[in-house]
Design a protein around this ligand. Structure first.
Ligand code: SF4
Length: 362
């Protein structure tokens, strides 16, 4: 009986997929490099937003060797706007590993793929099944939701221990002959039919067997405990300008925007700049006077998964270059506008540069 239900579930989804799937470029390829690129780009990103990035990466770096050989700044610049920059850094690093350790050829099975840095269980399963037709289930947010609803699973999907429960079930559902189509189908079904709010139950081919529908629990499933409230952070950027060039610095290892460029940053506990403290910090090397620190009219907000950043910008025109000891201590360096244009930057820095008419071609 269980087997019948499982094969009915798989067949129904595959038939549904044949009729409703969206035409997406990474679905027409078995090239593991392209599949991997699309999966990395689409994590925590909507398809409509990720699509142009996928196209840009495929065009700029048609092979994993091309990506591996690219400078990190260039990769981050191309990634700019997608957020979660550690994904881009890991992606770049993984490309280099694939070239160095595997001669530029992606491993052809889940067990080897999962060993690659930056490749988690989801991505390994996606590459293994889409490119090599291995019978392994993918598990992303869409799959969690569909399984919880159809099979009535009440485990909290935010709890790491629940993953095993879902993975065990999902692995029994993947058909041996079409693992790739099944995995695509269940993710697509979660993305456009069994969506989080107001799923289309009326015209759903799984309605009769769906636990949530038959028990009036569509809104209750999946169970997901609430994430902690995001921590507020207040950034005050001092934009030092010298003869139409600007001082920026590259953010360091472990930082939220590691590898990206921003301005001199003073972080405070509230949105009002503690001017006296900042002046004290700058005292020894930068000629800034009380009252010169006027914020740019607009404040910029940026929401990360656990942080809510509000940034203010204070532009200071210098008469002479910053001293060497200041540059050494702050890691600032002077860049002209063309150079700034090509540097990878957090989106709020790009937005400010555009609004303040420092960069016009963004
Ligand atoms: S009946 Fe509704 S809740 Fe159940 S699988 Fe279909 S769309 Fe999802």
């Amino acid at each position: 009986m269980e087997e019948t239900t499982h094969s009915y579930f798989g067949q129904t989804l595959i038939t549904w997929y044949g009729r409703h799937k969206r035409a997406l470029p990474w679905r027409d390829t078995e090239n593991p490099y392209f599949i991997w690129l699309s999966e990395v780009i689409l994590q925590q990103t909507r398809v409509a937003q990720g699509l142009p990035y996928y196209q840009r990466f495929v065009e700029t770096y048609p092979t994993v060797q091309d990506l591996a050989a690219a400078p990190q700044d260039e990769v981050l610049r191309l990634w700019q706007g997608l957020g979660y920059y550690s994904r881009a850094r890991n992606m770049h690093h993984t490309a280099q590993l694939v070239v160095a350790q595997y001669g530029g050829i992606f491993p052809d099975n889940y067990a080897e793929l999962i060993k690659l840095k930056g490749v988690g269980s989801y991505t390994a399963a996606a590459i293994a099944s889409f490119a090599f037709k291995e019978q392994v289930a993918v598990l992303d947010g869409n799959v969690f939701r569909v399984l919880a609803r159809v099979f009535g699973i009440t485990d909290d999907i935010a709890a790491p221990a629940s993953r095993k429960v879902f993975q065990k079930l999902a692995d029994t559902l993947v058909p041996a002959d079409e693992p790739d189509t099944f995995n695509q189908a269940i993710m697509e079904f979660g993305a456009i039919q069994c969506i989080p709010v107001m799923p289309d139950c009326m015209f759903c081919p799984l309605q009769q067997t769906c636990f949530a529908f038959n028990h009036g629990m569509v809104q209750e499933l999946p169970v997901k405990s609430k994430a902690k409230a995001a921590r507020p952070r207040f950034f005050h950027y001092v934009v030092f300008e010298l003869n139409n060039s600007f001082y920026l610095r590259k953010r360091l290892e472990g930082d939220i925007w590691q590898g990206l460029y921003d301005f001199y940053l003073y972080e405070s506990d509230n949105k009002i700049l503690p001017e006296a403290q900042l002046l004290l910090e700058l005292q020894s090397g930068v000629p800034v006077q009380q009252g010169q620190l006027q914020p740019y009219v607009k404040a910029y907000k940026h929401i990360l998964s656990h942080q809510k950043i509000t940034a203010h910008f204070y532009r200071i025109k210098l008469q002479e270059p910053l001293k060497n000891e200041v540059l050494k201590e702050t890691r600032l360096a002077l860049y002209n506008v063309e150079e700034i244009e090509s540097l990878p930057k957090p989106v709020l820095i790009s937005s400010y540069l555009k609004d303040a008419k420092i960069l016009v071609s963004l």
